[in-house]
Design a binder for this molecule. Structure first.
Ligand SMILES: *Cc1c(COP(=O)(O)O)cnc(C)c1O
Length: 388
């Protein structure tokens, strides 16, 4: 029986209680951004001890809104680690700015303050560190390194928190030391509403500008244009994107945010079980970052010897679903064409992207499912790597 158990890569944990939250919104006149989203924004400010929060309809559109608010455009450079999802760099490219692809630490697989500082030029407008898999880049140290590399200029730090909602570094959550931190509520992320995202800000001027760039550049949202039956005129002081999250989706978030720290303990237990099973096996794993509580978005393994794709085929043949998060950006045709030097300049990112795969990993995973994944890795992937 357990020999034929198929294991999904991911299953969401939403159910009838969540459907009831959506039904409540359907019973109101406001389906788009209104009171429900505003309450979630207040909940995010509370959870992150942040002065400002804005919900968005994706990480990607939130990042575009922020970069527009910062005035990033042609001639500007934005530093991005080469080991990330394409969206982190695509937003820079879409605005006609230059993506400066940089390498990662070969052990933690994260951008380091030293690597970022070494890439600073007079054109650097922002840095987008990525908390890959849930472990955090040291943003306070990054700030110090950028200030030393470019004294008197304030290079913006925009944290890519798509993998790290509930993680901490030195006991501090994301968003404390940066100008803004962006989250994703995409279908497989730790907090999800199918598609969505959020931004938290310490920089009040950036927050104020982003309230406009999040909505076409308009000076008032729909809920602020019709107050007590009165229509209020609005202006378009700047250019923006359409990035606001409808209340229909925001309604799925409050319960998940309240339960996220409890879910993290489940993720930690699953990760510890995988760790114990894989100790001593010939796979590389991300090195733990000191003083970091990992948000454990993904569980990644490195398969040595150029055998990653063969390992994926072996796992799939046994009914275990896996993904690759991620091939390094210089490996993708668009970025290879745009920045041909990046392949040689980012050896650690390229090497990890060539060997990594992500195993099934989600709070609703059963012990039987996890045991099956472990058995398939031991019986079908280890022999491949050891040439047996
Ligand atoms: C998922 C993801 C994004 C994009 O999130 P969307 O909400 O789908 O736009 C950005 N960065 C990283 C690292 C991601 O994993």
């Amino acid at each position: 029986m357990s020999e034929t158990l198929r294991v999904d890569f991911y299953r969401h944990g939403l159910g009838p209680g969540d459907a009831a939250q959506i039904a409540e919104v359907l019973a109101t006149p406001m389906l788009t951004s209104g009171a429900v989203g505003a309450a979630v924004e207040a909940q995010l400010c509370d959870y992150f001890s942040a002065p400002h929060a804005l919900l968005t309809n994706s990480w990607t559109n939130g990042a575009l809104a922020i970069l527009l608010a910062l005035g990033v455009g042609p001639g500007d450079e934005v530093i991005v680690p080469a080991m990330t999802f394409i969206a982190t760099a695509n937003v820079v490219e879409l605005l006609g700015a230059t993506t400066v692809l940089v390498d990662i630490d070969p052990e933690t697989l994260l951008l380091t303050p030293e690597i970022a500082a070494a890439a600073v030029t007079p054109r650097t407008k922002a840095v987008q560190p990525v908390h890959l898999y849930g472990q955090m880049v040291d943003i306070a140290a990054l700030r110090r390194a950028l200030d030393a590399a470019a004294p008197g200029r304030s290079i913006a730090i925009i944290e890519d928190c798509a993998h790290c909602f509930e993680g901490t570094l030195h006991g501090k959550r994301p968003g404390v030391h940066s100008d803004a931190a962006i989250f994703s509520f995409y279908a497989t992320k730790n907090v999800t509403c199918g598609e969505g995202g959020a931004i938290i800000f310490t920089n009040t001027a950036l927050y104020t500008a982003t309230t406009e760039t999040r909505l076409h550049g308009m000076s008032a949202m729909a809920k602020d244009r019709f107050v007590a039956g009165q229509y209020r005129q609005w202006d378009m002081p700047r250019l923006g994107v359409k990035a606001n999250l409808p209340d229909l989706l925001a309604a799925l978030l409050p319960v998940q945010i309240r339960g996220i720290d409890e879910k993290l303990e489940v993720r930690e237990n699953l990760a510890a079980r995988y760790d114990a099973a894989f100790d001593g096996l010939p796979f590389k794993r991300p090195a733990p970052v000191a003083s970091c509580r990992n948000a454990w978005h993904l569980y990644a393994l490195g398969v040595p010897g150029g055998l990653r794709d063969a390992a994926i085929a072996a796992l799939n043949a046994e009914g275990v679903s896996v993904t690759v998060n991620f091939r390094a950006l210089p490996r993708l045709s668009y970025y290879a064409g745009q920045y041909p030097a990046a392949l040689a300049q980012c050896p650690a990112a390229v090497a990890w992207g060539d060997q990594t795969l992500s195993l099934p990993f989600f709070p609703g995973m059963t012990a039987a499912e996890q045991d099956r994944v472990i058995a398939v890795v031991k019986d079908h992937v280890v022999p491949l790597v050891e040439g047996r």
